[in-house]
Design a protein around this ligand. Structure first.
Ligand code: MLT
Length: 309
């Protein structure tokens, strides 16, 4: 019998076609991820579950997943999947670490420009017919120091783009060798050194026990006055309350956040502060990236279900 896959999030239809072409039965229910009860009710019928970030794969879902062999996350972060519960059940969890890395790095660079030049506020004011030319004094990126926390797939691309913008780049990443850093044209530093020296700081690490709340109130206080902070990685890496205080005092000149400790973020300590640019977790939201991750996840899951590899 052909394996059956459920897609419970808004994946590109390209994924549906790949499953079909490989002889896998596919059920495309892009809004099901929001309905935990329904998902728990039907998950037992499927060998594979393909998701993005809206579906939360909890122990209850897994308890009901009597035939499930693989969960495929079209994207990078697997923090919406209870991996311990999956592994206890022998369910493989796979992600697509490369499909959206350029798009996410580009969003971080866009956010850096937006916060350097207050583009969202200036745009809103211009739409309102105010023409406040002298209100929006920005800062140049050329010659400034960018601190990149996490220089892996996405952080590495951010380093490269920032070098192209003639920024000096400091990178903190325990997995980065000095030799590789030299090749990338960046300076490998310790986190507290980066914190003290950077004009802009951007985060590109997953949220783990080690990285959760890594940008504490103390670290924010140790930053250069006038620093600007960008987070397009994961919510919960930065102490949002402490950052809001530092923005109000003027110690931090601006912040650009795509991710929040609680998502969907309906309220947040950073909301409605001046020079805080916020987007609703759009890091991977381009047609190119969504096509890439959908194709990759479908291909990987089909290989696993059909050949065990
Ligand atoms: C990811 O982990 O791939 C990104 O954060 C994008 C997303 O979750 O949609």
């Amino acid at each position: 019998m052909a394996p059956k896959v459920l897609i419970s999030d808004k994946l590109s239809p390209a994924a549906v076609q790949i499953f079909k072409d490989r002889g896998i039965e596919v059920d495309f229910q892009p809004d099901l991820g929001k309905d935990k009860e329904k998902l728990a009710e039907i998950i037992g019928n499927y060998d594979g579950l393909a998701i993005r970030s809206a579906t939360r794969v909890t122990p209850t879902i897994l308890d009901n997943a009597s035939n499930l062999k693989v969960i495929g996350r079209a994207g990078i972060g697997t923090d919406n999947i209870d991996k311990d519960a999956a592994s206890k059940k022998g369910v493989i969890v796979m992600n697509t670490p490369f499909g959206n890395m350029i798009t996410t790095a580009e969003h971080a660079i866009a956010m850096m420009f937006a916060v350097a030049r207050q583009i969202p506020e200036a745009s809103q004011s211009t739409h309102a017919g105010k023409w406040e030319k002298s209100k929006f004094m920005g800062t140049e990126l050329t010659g400034k120091t960018l601190g990149v926390i996490g220089a892996g797939n996405i952080g590495g691309i951010v380093c490269d783009r920032a070098r192209g913008l003639k920024m000096k780049v400091l990178a903190f990443d325990p997995f980065l060798s000095t030799e590789k850093a030299n090749k990338m044209g960046v300076e490998k530093v310790e986190l507290d050194d980066l914190i003290k020296r950077a004009d802009f700081i951007t985060l590109h690490v997953p949220k783990t026990e080690q990285t959760a709340n890594m940008i504490t109130a103390e670290r924010i206080a140790a930053m250069k006055p006038g620093v600007r902070i960008i987070n397009c990685a994961r919510g919960g890496l930065v102490d949002e309350v402490a950052l809001a205080e530092a923005l109000k005092s003027g110690h931090v000149a601006g912040a650009a956040f795509d991710v929040f400790a609680e998502e969907p973020a309906k309220e947040n300590p950073l909301f409605n502060l001046p020079n805080v640019v916020v987007t609703p977790h759009l890091g991977a939201a381009t047609t190119e990236a969504q096509e890439n991750v959908a194709l990759q996840v479908a291909d990987q899951m089909a290989n696993y279900l059909l050949t065990g590899a």
